[in-house]
Structures are given as C-alpha cells and as structure tokens.
Design a protein. Structure first.
Length: 198
C-alpha cells in the first residue's frame, strides 16, 4: 500500500504543498498547474472560464500572475469586477487547487514592463494579432500576426499582466483511504485554516 503524503493530515504541509505545486507550475510546462482555468464574471453576471498560463506564484505575498491581451473579454471582466478564481487539477497526483481573490490589470506600469521583457517572442506575437481577440471572422484564418520585430514590439500596447491577490485557497487530495480538503482564508493576521468535508 502506498504511503500517505506528508500533507495528508497536516494543514501546514498541505499549504506548503499547494504553493510549491503552483510555483513549480510556473516553470514546468508539463505541470497541470502551468495552465489553470481562470474564472471571471461578465457584465451580464454570467460565469466565464478559460485557460491561462501561470507566469508567477509568490507564496509569501499570496499572489499569482498571468498575462492577457488588454483588448480581450477577460481583461474587460477583470477591470469591471476585479473578482477572479483559478482552478487546476493534476489527475496523476490526484490534487486539485482552487484560488479565489481580487485581480488587478497592470498595463502601463513597471510590473507590466518587466513581465513583457521576460516574455518569450512567441508569446509576444499574440498581442499583435489583428483584429482584436474575440472579433467575429468570415473565415477562420482572417486575422494577422505581426511579422517583423517592430510589429511584435508594437503589441506591447495590448499586453496586460494580471495579478491575482489570493483571499481563499483550497487544496483537495483524492485517496481511496479518505480524501482531504483544506481551506485557507486570508485575514489581517495571516491565513486562517481549517479542514473541510471533501
């Protein structure tokens, strides 16, 4: 029988594992935590979900960062509401992580400038796409990508870094001997934690 992981009955270890998996997801493109699902709410109050690429995770500050096109619906929804959530599930590890909090767009500040500089050229191409994301097309290929270094650089005006300030964290581990689900809520004194029924 497999040994139980250190976080199985230890909330502190589960909290550490949660952030370690998110931090690993930033750098490991094969990790299930590299591409979490983002949830936002649109102007009509409907839930919207899509996949994003996790670009930074900071356990100490309790923040996560991903990027988007400032012309996109997700950027509009974040600017309008500010609430967002991320969810990722690793089937092999049998672990789900959920993060809820307030999101902020960074478009013309030092954080956005640094995130743009750190981005690979292949990623930068997306921000020079024309017309803007979500535009209806007559044919599937009726859009253009920038094809010169200058055109790629011009996409910077459409780039946004999004920082999600975590206010609620959940860690779910699935095991036939009994699932474990931990909850952490941010308070002025730090994280308040408890177990939840899975």
């Amino acid at each position: 029988m497999d040994a139980l992981p250190p976080f199985y009955d230890n909330l502190d270890a589960a909290h550490e594992a949660l952030w370690r998996l998110l931090e690993d997801g930033v750098h490991d493109r094969r990790s299930a935590f590299h591409t979490p699902t983002l949830g936002t709410v649109d102007a009509q109050g409907r839930a919207q979900i899509r996949t994003v690429v996790l670009r930074a995770a900071d356990a100490y500050g309790g923040t996560l960062r991903f990027h988007c096109d400032r012309r996109s619906e997700k950027a509009t929804e974040i600017a309008l509401n500010g609430g967002a959530s991320l969810q990722a599930f690793d089937a092999g590890a049998r672990i789900q992580i959920r993060v809820e909090g307030s999101a902020r767009l960074h478009t013309d500040d030092l954080l956005a400038d640094e995130a743009w500089r750190e981005s690979r050229e292949q990623s930068r191409l997306c921000y020079g796409i024309a017309p803007s994301p979500g535009t209806a097309l007559r044919e599937g290929g009726d859009y253009t990508l920038p094809d010169t270094p200058q055109a790629i650089a011009a996409g910077r005006k459409n780039f946004a870094a999004v920082v999600l300030h975590a206010e609620r964290l959940e860690f779910l581990y699935l095991d036939h001997r009994g699932h474990r689900r931990g909850l952490w809520l941010r308070s002025d004194a730090g994280w308040v934690e408890c177990w939840l029924v899975p």
